[in-house]
Design a protein around this ligand. Sequence first.
Ligand SMILES: Cc1ncc(COP(=O)(O)O)c(C=O)c1O
Length: 392
Amino acid sequence: MSPSAQTLAPFDVHTLREREFPSATRAPYLNAAAVAPLPERAVRAVDAYNRRRASAHDLAGDDFEPTLARARQAAARLVGAHADEIALLPNTSFGINLAAHVLPLHPGRRVVVSDREFPANVYPWMQLARNGGAALDLVPADEHGRPDEARLLAEIERGDVGIFALSAVQFASGYNAVLERFGQACREHGTFFVVDAIQALGQVPVDVRAARVDVLATGGHKWLCGPFGTGFAYVRRELAAELEPRVVGWTAMAGTLDYSRLLDYRYEFWDTARRFEVATLPFQDVAGLTESMTMLDEVGPARIREHLLGLLDPLVGWIQETESAEIVSDLRPEHRSGIFCFRPRDAERAFQALTRAGVACVLREGAIRVSPHLYNTENDIAVVMEVLSEGW
Ligand SMILES: Cc1ncc(COP(=O)(O)O)c(C=O)c1O
């Protein structure tokens, strides 16, 4: 769906940042693709939890099971899944490893990954290849370093791909993959579809059912605006009920809630994605993540995406007009996201100038990466243009 084809009522960014992101007014923070700030409501939830824990008598039943249940529900809402399909995990890598360890790969079937993926979505597959003898093919990116959609689809269509893994949004270009196309091809050819969603969730809509995703993994500290050490995986229901965890812990077992029978050692996994939750979780941070995800859901990923593209448009237009930088990001509407990368003639110098002006952004692969989020305004992007127009 073309983002410009839909027009949603904008949200009130000024009220939102006053309430939730007061520090966003200090200087342009354009670095959600690295780490996003915590909204006030998440800080309050974490603090309140820790406060109750500091006087441990105040920790109530609600602070344990229901805290986890609320997080699974909020995560499920964001990706269009059911809470039974969500496992709360500490980061993206844990979820990608989960997929690499449990998805059955029959002899002769390959693992296919796009080259130039963030390493979190490469090393687990390399390990599978080294230990399990599976063939791993890193399919060359296009001349701009983005996933080569046609080539990737052609690989899947060869019919011998057991697992295909892709980031929903690429970290170094912001390329937004049309997951539905890959998911459809994977389903037709008996290929498991694994998605690294950390650069997508919270800034673009993701629907795991429409995209026929088998396993999706994310951490919480980027666009989800959650605490470090939080994240989750979606595991499609039929797989969640069947696949046997390779990392096994006591909370993976269905009998885990009956503390009077823990020593029966009943080796029966939950028949939901909970079987992939290994042990005690950081409840206070999970409570914070729930607040952040609920806030994002209230604003709505589609509206957030529209907001971000609207913010970036003037910068894109200005660079095109002045021809002062090579644009790394794909500008076709369906492939745009809130990550915009461009390579000025002297990227290092331009980056230093931005840093001196207090603009938070990063250099990735020789390009400047700006990644605004729902708390940014046109003024933040105007500062970037102002700085860059002063000679770079
Ligand atoms: C695409 C992608 N995947 C994963 C990660 C991080 O992985 P993890 O959550 O395991 O630290 C990043 C960035 O740090 C990323 O850009």
